[in-house]
Design a protein around this ligand. Sequence first.
Ligand code: PLI
Length: 475
Amino acid sequence: MKRRSWAEPYKIKMVEPIRMTSREERERAIAEAGYNTFLLRSQDVYIDLLTDSGTSAMSDRQWAGMMRGDEAYAGSRNYYSLEAAVHEHYGYKHLIPTHQGRGAEHLLSQLCINPGDSVPGNMYFTTTRHHQEAAGGSFVDVIVNEAHDPASEHPFKGNVDLDKMRSLIERVGAERIPYLSLETNVNMAGGQPCSMENIRAVCALCHEHGIPVYLDATRAVENAWFIKQREAGFADRTIKSILLEICSHTDGCTMSAKKDSLVNIGGFLAVNDDALAERARNLVVVYEGLHTYGGLAGRDMEAMAIGIAESVQEDHIRARIGQVEYLGLRLMDAGVPIVRPIGGHGIFIDAARFLPHIPRERFPAQALAAALYVDSGVRSMERGGVSAGRDPETGENIFPSLELIRLTLPRRVYTQAHMDVVAESVLDLHEHPEQVQGLEMVHEPEHLRFFQARFVPMVPASASCGGIAAQSVRP
Ligand code: PLI
């Protein structure tokens, strides 16, 4: 049969010009940014794949919703639209809006974690773990081993390893586990989904021991897409019904609406437990705002309510993940080492294999992100040793098994031609990896260091006068 192409289920009615810079300009910009792509000015970036968080293009319907913002301090009608959308699509009983996902994580951690508790999760996420530790808990990774192997083709690398969960319960006792934080389409593993079978089984195990399960629902819609594609029995189900079923097994969620829900700002905590909801409403007023706005404008809540409904439309999610797949296949076909299978929100390049000459202490992923920017103005993000930070007990650098850069695709923003430009730049670097040198960290913030750390490049031995293999060029 003749191949028929698919295209995005929208047309473009407003554009935002972007600027290509010269290589000299980019070399200057990255040096000024301390070789950290978070510290670049966006005006110096050509194609911005730093994150899919808050970077989506809103629809005309969402913009129309913004005009219906009810900016009353209390009881805004937009809160009730959002509450209805969360009930309909996520199914939880109580909604507490927050300014973004970490606001919800903060509330949940403060409300549920006691000092000395263990908080299991299917791989850490930076802000989530930070709030768990700030509340006195220790994060325990219970994800399947395949998640740590970039080459494994396991279709559900986000799954929880039930044996790891069981042995944690045996080791510390269920009463020292305030909840399991279950992330859908696990970000740090490369946007890898959990299967419904695993979600059902792990929730049953936890509930047997009286341990609640809170979903990190940030990319649950993308997870639902993979369940539909890969898990027997789901091919004919709607994304909407799969999402509802995922949530129905759990006790609540933290949510960064800046991803799946197609808004530039917003998040929420949603729970079924009446008493916990009451405590969360008491705490949200301290940190975020009244319980009917949680740090958001009325118009933001309206855009979120509409975005939630758009996010589960089949043609939307097919095009969103299809674009990620298009870029991934271009890189894979050319032999670039990327995390397999291709994930939901971006392509994760295995920087340790891409740059085998750079030792982990010299942050190969950070170096690759900087080099890609210099080559083409494409901004990506480090997801390796810099993001992992230090062990809170020993103070030693954590070097996770995955040393990645993430090319993250904003939703509904870039075209296939942009993807081609990105792919060509990565392929050029892949042909000449020796051009990229390692980095030395010269400024290290105390919390979430990857956002603001600064680096200087190492120069190869031949270019330095010392007898050591490489030395840094400090400013
Ligand atoms: O950026 P926030 O505070 O709205 O959400 C925090 C957050 C929680 N969970 C997960 C899985 C995330 O991916 C997440 C934020 N992610 C960002 C900013 C990212 O670039 O991936």
